[in-house]
Design a binder for this molecule. Structure first.
Ligand SMILES: Nc1nc2c(ncn2[C@@H]2O[C@H](COP(=O)(O)OP(=O)(O)OP(=O)(O)O)[C@@H](O)[C@H]2O)c(=O)[nH]1
Ligand SMILES: [Mg+2]
Length: 416
């Protein structure tokens, strides 16, 4: 489907048409016309009436079937534009909702998108009801003032019902998190701008097969696996990508999936370093802001500069120097598996909660079950089986270390 994209900006404001165009591509549209206009918003159309004429001509001549605005439009502006142009007019929020709908696979993600849609509709329903009452928006769902009120109430009821379902899912997810927490293993989240390569790295580290795609927002449902980083076991979660100007409604909707990040012990923040410096800067800023807004400040961050296969070593080095960030970092290519070893080393060094212990445990107390637990929760440096005892040298969780201390009884037990 052919579309036109439009961004009205204030004086001195940068336009966002490149990203909007990328979002359109992800939604399956072909962008054949783009307009940037610098002016204050026009009450009737947002853009100026002259631009509307120009757009109307383009729609007719190029066979454009939909018009996508970067700006939020008032219902009356949307209505005026659609009437004038003869094709549907949508905004960035609706476009992102369309993309999310295409990619959502879990029940939770689907419900959250439905909820965001309804909230969006609700915020506009008020205005539509007002217009219907004033008789200014004839033909709005063919409703009169009374039906418009009913319509508003109906949306409200559906929101309440979806919220209830989501609450039940949240309880279930909390239970799963609690069970994970009980295992005592650290939790690592892969976070970052959409398309940075999170799922590619996740697949590599977890030997998994989650979808990797050059489109935006491929991952909408977080996936978690146990991985080993340099021998240390941990939970690793792949999460939904960040984006600049994510409509507030969607931030709320996806807060639930992003909550994982705030609860983790380490964040691997991925950045595509092959892009121009100003893009890297902007995306990094959005990512850090998003982490802040979901309450993840305080969680240690390891910056993972990805896609170094697409840039020269000098270029990568210079960009990182210019960014001069107060975080630990590594440079990798997730696609080619370059430098994954040093990523594992850095990440495992930053994982808190593991301690090195040496213990000698009497053989009659050393059960197979304990040996299994040691292997699943520790980096084993050495285990030595003797006639009457087992000597273990491991980096392990605090809980397991305590258990081994008790088991060692009068045998040897040393930390460090
Ligand atoms: N050249 C190159 N491409 C990469 C590298 N890592 C990932 N990609 C590509 O980048 C695109 C996005 O990768 P994904 O792993 O889906 O990115 P993501 O961060 O999970 O994206 P979302 O789920 O949409 O947030 C895919 O086409 C990958 O093949 C890399 O190191 N080098
Ligand atoms: Mg992904």
């Amino acid at each position: 489907m052919k579309v036109a994209i439009i961004h009205r900006v204030d004086l001195g404001q940068e336009d966002n048409l490149d990203e909007l165009s990328e979002l359109c591509r992800t939604a399956g549209y072909e962008v054949v016309y783009r307009i940037k206009q610098v002016r204050p918003p026009h009450p009737e159309y947002n853009i100026g009436p002259g631009k509307v004429e120009e757009l109307e001509k383009a729609v007719r001549e190029l066979g454009i079937e939909k018009v996508v605005f970067e700006n939020e439009l008032k219902p009356v502006q949307e209505y005026n534009l659609a009437k004038k142009l003869g094709v549907p007019v949508i905004t960035r929020t609706q476009l992102i909702l369309e993309i999310f709908t295409l990619h959502a696979s879990s029940i939770e993600a689907k419900l959250q998108i439905k909820l965001a849609e309804l909230k969006y509709e609700l915020s506009r329903a008020k205005e539509k009801v007002r217009l219907a009452k004033k008789g200014e928006q004839p033909g709005f769902h063919g409703l009169g003032a009374y039906e418009a009120d009913v319509y508003y109430d109906e949306i409200h009821k559906r929101i309440v019902s979806i919220n209830r379902k989501l609450e039940a899912i949240k309880k279930h997810m909390d239970l799963i998190r609690f069970e994970r927490k009980k295992l005592g293993l650290p939790i690592i989240s892969l976070a970052g701008y959409t398309n940075a390569g999170k799922s590619t790295l996740f697949n590599l580290l977890a030997s998994e097969d989650v979808e990797v795609n050059s489109q935006l927002f491929t991952t909408l449902t977080p996936t978690t696996r146990i991985v080993r980083l340099n021998g240390k076991p941990a939970f690793l979660s792949d999460t939904v990508g960040f984006i600049n100007n994510l409509p507030t409604l969607l931030v709320e909707a996806f807060y639930a999936t992003l909550r994982e990040i705030a609860l983790s012990d380490l964040i691997l923040l991925m950045i595509d370093i092959s892009e121009p410096l100003h893009t890297v800067e902007k995306k990094l800023e959005t990512s850090l802001d998003t982490l802040n807004s979901i309450g993840a400040n305080g969680v240690p961050i390891l910056l993972v500069f990805n896609k170094i296969d697409l840039a020269s070593a000098n270029d990568v080095e210079e960009k990182i120097r210019k960014l001069s960030l107060p975080y630990e970092y590594v440079v990798i290519s997730a696609k080619n598996g370059w430098n994954i070893k040093s990523l594992e080393e850095k990440a495992s060094q930053m994982l808190r909660g593991f301690i090195r212990i040496k213990a000698t445990i009497p053989l009659d107390l050393m059960l197979m079950k304990t040996i299994k637990e040691i292997y699943s929760k520790s980096k084993v440096i050495n285990i030595e089986y003797n006639d009457d005892c087992v000597k273990v040298d491991v980096e392990t969780t605090v809980e397991l270390a305590e258990k081994l201390r008790k088991l060692s009884g009068r045998g040897e037990f040393r930390v460090g």
